[in-house]
Design a protein. Structure first.
Length: 129
C-alpha cells in the first residue's frame, strides 16, 4: 500500500509526533492501530510491549495509533497495561470509523472486518520515500 507520512498528537502529552521523524535511524517500525476497548487488542497489547522492550535497542520502533475511543480512556488503558511505546491518536470516537486513513488502508488490503482492531503494519525506514 502507499502508506502516507503523518503527524498526530501524542495521547500522553498532546505533543505532535511525526512518523518520518520517529522512524529516522530505526531498522524497522511497527505501527499498530488499536481501540483500547477491543478484546483482541487487550490480548495483543502485552505482547507488543514485550516486543518493544526486547528489540528497541536493536532498532525496532513501535508506535500505537489509537482509534475509536476518547483520549482519556486511551490514557487509562496505557497506564493499566503499562505500555511505554509512543501512542498517538487518529480518531477519538466510534463515529469516525470510516473516516480515517486506517480504514482506507485496511480496505485497500482486503480487510473486511467491521472494526479492524488491532491492525499492524511494518515499515522499513531505509525504504521510505
Amino acid at each position: 500500500i502507499k502508506y502516507k507520512n503523518w503527524t498526530y498528537k501524542s495521547v500522553r502529552d498532546d505533543r505532535e509526533i511525526n512518523l518520518r521523524e520517529l522512524a529516522a535511524g530505526k531498522k524497522l517500525v511497527l505501527i499498530v492501530y488499536f481501540a483500547a476497548w477491543c478484546p483482541n487488542w487487550k490480548y495483543q497489547a502485552p505482547f507488543t510491549q514485550k516486543l518493544y522492550e526486547k528489540y528497541k535497542a536493536n532498532g525496532l520502533e513501535v508506535i500505537g495509533v489509537s482509534e475509536y475511543d476518547t483520549i482519556e480512556k486511551t490514557r487509562a488503558h496505557l497506564d493499566a497495561y503499562k505500555l511505554t511505546f509512543p501512542v498517538v491518536w487518529e480518531s477519538d470516537s466510534t463515529a469516525a470509523k470510516q473516516k480515517t486513513l486506517h480504514y482506507d488502508y485496511r480496505k485497500a488490503v482486503g480487510d473486511t472486518r467491521n472494526w479492524g482492531s488491532p491492525w499492524t503494519i511494518f515499515l522499513e525506514p531505509a525504504k521510505l520515500e
